[in-house]
Design a protein around this ligand. Structure first.
Ligand code: F6P
Length: 391
């Protein structure tokens, strides 16, 4: 029989997502109401591994006052703080080291009974590895704008990202139509197309390209020309950053400075735009919406989901649960075994009703057979149906 939970540690890891502060508030208040102590670990696991002053902060009512609607995380986060490959200085170089045992030792030393790990699939996989290494009790809270965490119908942060992306697509419509251009907008989501799919449908995109459907250019060009033949001289193409042309790989770009350069997904919109311009002769522009999708406060839906997840995590802990992850299932917050979900990715269901809805509305995914988007009338004189490259 495990000992009762009295002292909880909580961290936020990986890319931030709107709603993190709402989780922190709900966990803290739900714990305070039961007389439990909550401590925040700063910057992922750094506050526990390093013994820097202020690495662990007491979360009480005062600490979480007025933060529920704010974006980001008051604890800070870390993308490269995996305790199993923890960046550690050796001389002049930084090498990855396994610091999981140090982390677990400090956890016991501080008298913690449980960890609430708020993170995406990477952070949840790390949490499961910590359990396997000997951390006694972990409850994961699924966070990410990408919505790709397995085992939960939704993650918090996703609704906000979709709302921001939809508004961006709405705004792009007016300028794209005025200039009679094609606009290609690149959205986040890593290897899952949830943000592109949902905002593309809601925003009235003509083409949606997602990683789950490798695309060809022919149907995309057909779709754009079909619109031309209907007198619609502009088109909006939404492309997920992880989308690939059939038989090709993802588009990668390098970011960072002279000291550290990392390869990240990015640049597919520019590639797609160049190809569309070449094949249609239409003026085509691209833009990357980027971190705007993650910044700022959560929508009401995400705020509520985050609060429900946070309160649920504490509830399951005091009820004596095993390590698990809070999850939204059929409108209700449940606990699912961490081992069953960690390390898996939830991608778009190609037979689900979102994809079906989009296809039924004539949205192109770039995998349609020839002739799926037939011309409805003559093309304007300036456009050659044989798709001559522009001169
Ligand atoms: O996982 C969230 C996410 O925003 C992805 O959609 C995106 O690919 C990635 O993080 C970007 O990470 P970073 O902020 O490290 O560039």
């Amino acid at each position: 029989m495990s000992r009762p939970v009295r002292k909880i540690a909580i961290n936020t890891g990986g890319g931030d997502a709107p709603g993190l502060n709402a989780v922190l508030r709900a966990v803290t208040l739900a714990a305070c109401e039961r007389g439990l102590e909550v401590w925040g670990i700063k910057h992922g696991y750094r506050g526990l591994i390093e013994r820097e002053p202020g690495g662990l902060v007491r979360l009480d009512r005062q600490a979480v006052r007025g933060i529920m609607h704010l974006g980001g995380t008051i604890l800070g986060t870390a993308n490269r703080g995996d305790p199993f490959h923890y960046p550690t200085c050796e001389g002049n170089t930084v090498v990855p080291k396994d610091r999981a045992d140090d982390l677990i030792a400090r956890f016991h030393e501080e008298g913690f009974d449980a960890l609430i790990a708020v993170g995406g699939d990477g952070s949840l996989a790390i949490a499961q590895k910590l359990v396997e290494r000997g951390l006694p009790l972990v409850v994961g809270v699924p966070k990410t704008i990408d919505n790709d965490v397995f085992g939960t119908e939704l993650t918090f942060g996703f609704d906000t990202a979709v709302a921001i992306a939809t508004e961006a697509i709405d705004r792009l419509h007016t300028t794209t139509e005025s200039h009679e251009r094609v606009m290609v907008v690149e959205l986040m989501g890593r290897h899952a197309g949830w943000i592109a799919l949902r905002s593309g449908i809601a925003g009235g995109a003509d083409v949606i390209l997602i990683p789950e459907v490798p695309f060809s250019y022919e149907p995309i060009i057909e779709k754009i020309l079909q619109r031309e033949s209907r007198g619609r001289h502009f088109s909006i193409v939404v492309v997920a950053e992880g989308a690939t042309v059939a038989g090709g790989g993802v588009t990668i770009r390098e970011v960072g400075d002279e000291f550290r350069r990392v390869a990240v997904l990015g640049g597919v919109a520019e590639r797609v735009a160049k190809e569309i311009a070449l094949r249609t002769g239409k003026e085509t522009r691209s833009m990357v919406l980027g971190h705007l999708q993650r910044g700022g406060g959560p929508t009401t839906f995400d705020r509520l989901l985050a609060l429900r997840f946070g309160a649920g995590a504490v509830r399951f802990l005091v009820e004596g649960c095993e390590s698990g992850m809070v999850a939204l299932r059929q409108h209700s917050v449940e606990l699912v075994p961490l081992a069953e979900v960690a390390g898996k990715t939830k991608t778009v269901d190609l037979h689900g009703d979102s994809v079906t809805t989009a296809r039924e509305m004539g949205i192109c995914f770039g995998d349609e057979p020839p002739g799926r988007f037939p011309l409805d009338g003559p093309l304007p004189a300036s456009l050659d149906p044989v798709m001559k490259p522009c001169s």
